[in-house]
Design a protein around this ligand. Structure first.
Ligand SMILES: [Zn+2]
Length: 527
């Protein structure tokens, strides 16, 4: 069943205006949200249309910061007016969580238009609260693909207006990461017979054409010539020969369709042309379109949601999309390992010995540990272009979920000195990560008697750490590398501002991390 990229609906259009909220202005919207500081003054309430009523309602019900009050106002009670006092000491995660509740309340009545404004702020908190609210509304208003014969009609949100007396510095970043997150969630939610390897490839081709990205698909025949035996061990069990590794590249200064000529000229750096710049960062994603477990077959409940096992690739792609939308000055490579992991007479099996792209031989222990197999060769291919850094994304291990639950994702790096920065990007973006140990002595748990390395340990203890140590063999030491095990990729009840079970965790994180300058140059090179 073919489907098309949701380019027209990834974002609700946003407009900025300076006008204050008046009763006349309010009447033009189906919903208005006012963000107040934790303890608004009498003047703050008085400055709002229906401010006295809102204040009384807020006090009478004993609300606390983060809670909202709602009134229906206007001649036909056509406008939903919502006031929220935002908690002052909130972390980014808490602010997003609060914004998520607010967005769901605001969109309950399917408004056509939403106005967001602030009142009474003296410090910087207003901008952060505005951006969190915009992110939450963009996430809540976005709809996944539907395959219903008679879909329920709904009124789409036509625009979000922000009334503020100054610009909103982080608005572009908020919109870019919202679009990237929506794209990642949309892809991950697709049924596995729509987003099979062939379907995924054609969507990627379409995306690359629309964004004017370089695109190449390394099919099985080419991967065989390249010696990518670890990827092919997994894909050999498929019924069709559609699997492969997709490569997309964004280079600053290359025009995208719809760009104004002056915008391109102002961003272009001398000598930058398609393919010329070495990548500043390579984003690598695990794209298992369906994971049966293979020969070591999963049980019913464990297999049920395994169409989401390609979320790592969707988050890599969503991050690329966000960087492209921001016309980032970074040259970005994106490598996606796309295959299913199936059972069948040709499927790989325990005790097979495989030779990977970089020459490493691997003794297979458990065919459900396919993610590290396909990532091994994809990391090795990505490294061959000598990027300044690599980030990979994978729904890789149950052990990581056992360790962290689905609230955090696991982070692993070959640059231990960067751990503080890596966790700070999680706190700053609201997509929280926790750094696990990566000491070399863990490697003794992966010693094989017949090959260079075991694929995994038979008992599964610390599998998230051993998986990272395994992947470490496929990234040259000189390239700073961050591996994200996406424990928070799906969570019942959603996470932060995201209400859907598929969270698209990682796009906000990635842009925050890159904005912090990761990887920092070694001290000897800094000027
Ligand atoms: Zn698996």
């Amino acid at each position: 069943m073919p489907t098309r990229l949701p380019f027209g609906s990834l974002l609700v259009p946003v407009r900025l205006s300076r006008a204050r909220l008046t009763a006349a202005k309010l009447a033009r919207y189906s919903c208005a949200i006012v963000l107040l500081p934790p303890a608004p003054s009498a003047d703050d309430w008085a400055a709002l249309p229906h401010g006295g009523l809102l204040r009384d309602l807020y006090r009478r019900k004993g609300r606390k910061p983060g809670d909202s009050v709602q009134l229906k106002v206007g001649p036909r009670a056509q406008t939903s007016l919502i006031a929220t006092c935002v908690a002052e000491t909130a972390s980014t995660f808490e602010r997003l969580q609060c914004a998520g509740r607010l967005a769901r309340l605001a969109l309950e009545g399917e408004p056509e238009s939403v106005l967001i404004t602030t009142q009474g702020w003296v410090a910087d908190g207003a901008d952060a609260a505005l951006c969190a609210t915009v992110a939450a509304i963009q996430a809540a208003a976005f709809r996944f693909a539907s395959f219903k014969s008679n879909p329920k009609s709904h009124v789409p949100l036509a625009h979000i207006d922000i009334a503020t007396d100054h610009g909103l510095a982080d608005l572009d970043m908020t919109l870019a990461t919202s679009a990237g997150n929506n794209l990642a969630r949309w892809l991950t939610a697709l049924p596995p017979n729509t987003l099979d390897a062939a379907g995924y490839r054609s969507l990627l081709q379409d995306l690359a054409r629309r964004l004017n990205l370089d695109f190449k698909f390394y099919g099985e025949a080419q991967l065989k010539r390249l010696g990518a035996g670890a990827f092919l061990a997994v894909s050999q069990g498929n019924a069709t020969r559609d699997a492969g590794i997709a490569y997309l590249a964004y280079r600053p200064g290359v025009a995208a369709p719809g760009d104004a000529p002056e915008r391109i000229a102002s961003r272009a750096t001398p000598g930058s042309a398609r393919g010329a710049a070495a990548p500043a960062v390579a984003l690598v994603g695990k794209g298992i379109c369906f994971d049966t477990g293979g020969t070591n077959l999963k049980s019913h409940k464990s297999m049920l949601d395994m169409h989401t096992d390609m979320e790592g690739s969707a988050v890599a792609l969503g991050s690329l999309y966000a960087l492209h939308r921001l016309r980032s000055p970074l040259a970005v490579d994106c490598w996606l390992a796309i295959t299913e992991n199936r059972i069948g007479p040709l499927a790989y099996k325990p005790q097979d010995v495989i030779r990977a792209h970089n020459g490493t031989t691997i003794q297979i222990i458990h065919t459900d540990a396919e993610g590290r197999m396909v990532l091994a060769d994809t990391l090795s291919l990505a490294a061959s272009r000598k990027p300044r850094a690599i980030i990979d994304y994978a729904t890789l291990t149950g052990a990581c979920v056992n360790a962290l639950t689905e609230r955090y994702s696991g982070a692993f790096t070959n640059r231990p000195e960067a751990r503080e920065l890596i966790e700070a990007a999680g706190t700053g973006s609201g997509e929280r990560v926790w750094c696990f140990p990566m000491d070399a002595d863990f490697d003794s748990d992966l010693e094989s008697t017949v090959a260079d390395v075991l694929q995994c340990a038979a008992d599964g203890k610390g599998d998230h750490i051993l998986a990272a140590r395994f992947l470490n063999r496929f990234v040259p030491k000189e390239i700073p590398w961050l591996h994200l095990d996406l424990a928070a990729g799906t969570r019942h009840g959603g996470l932060g501002h995201i209400a859907t079970e598929i969270t698209g965790f990682g796009v906000r994180y990635t842009l925050d991390l890159l904005r912090r300058g990761w990887p920092a140059k070694p001290k000897s090179q800094s000027t």
